[in-house]
Design a protein around this ligand. Structure first.
Ligand code: NI
Length: 203
């Protein structure tokens, strides 16, 4: 069984629980074939995307090829986790200062393109680090980017307010190399000091 299939099964488990096992009767054996540690090889995080930045310009994964990328997926209506995460990112980049911070392009990918238009994203990113770029697009484009980064998201209706909704989503920071390879991830609750130290150590 190859790594890609394992990742797909893990994603299935996260989303569909036992249904992934039901669909793939051999999945359990394949996932846990023995107690030996498997070599995971290259992480399957990152990949091609085409989106629209907060200035309304079409951009792709190739648009930021000269810099490291600090990637975060979320949405502007997020009440706490996203603003706190982006604040951590901002404090960390402020802490390392220029020129070190100039090597890093912070990117905020929305998982709520319905509400997060380029104009809404522009207002939002202005509250954080000056070079932060907000990325949105069609739902299809957003889904494709989320799939590339193995990000789970799902719209959840607000029972008390018809028409209103929130979006559940995974909330990691991903550090990507200039050529787009995954380097490491950080929890959204990483401290600004820890994040700053890791970013400052980049060659
Ligand atoms: Ni959030």
């Amino acid at each position: 069984m190859n790594l890609k299939l394992i990742v797909i099964i893990f994603a299935g488990l996260a989303i569909g629980g036992a249904s992934a096992i039901a669909l793939l009767p051999n999945a359990q054996n394949a996932l846990f074939p023995n107690t030996k540690t498997r070599s995971t090889g290259k992480a399957l995080i990152g990949g091609a995307f085409t989106l629209v930045n907060h200035k309304g310009q079409t951009v792709t994964d190739k648009s930021y090829a000269k810099q490291y990328k600090l990637v975060y997926f979320g949405f502007t209506f997020c009440p706490d986790v996203c603003p706190a995460g982006l604040q951590t990112m901002t404090v960390a980049l402020d802490k390392i200062g220029k020129p070190a911070a100039s090597k890093i392009q912070p990117l905020f990918f929305t998982v709520d393109p319905e509400r997060d238009t380029p104009a809404v994203m522009a207002d939002y990113v202005a509250s954080f680090y000056p070079t932060l770029v907000g990325l949105t697009g069609t739902l299809e484009q957003v889904k494709k980017a989320a799939r590339a980064y193995r990000i789970y998201f799902a719209k959840v209706k607000n029972k008390d307010a018809p028409g209103d909704y929130t979006v559940d989503h995974s909330s990691f920071f991903y550090l990507m190399s200039p050529d787009g390879a995954f380097l490491r991830h950080f929890s959204h609750s990483v401290s600004p000091d820890v994040l700053a130290k890791a970013l400052k150590a980049l060659p």
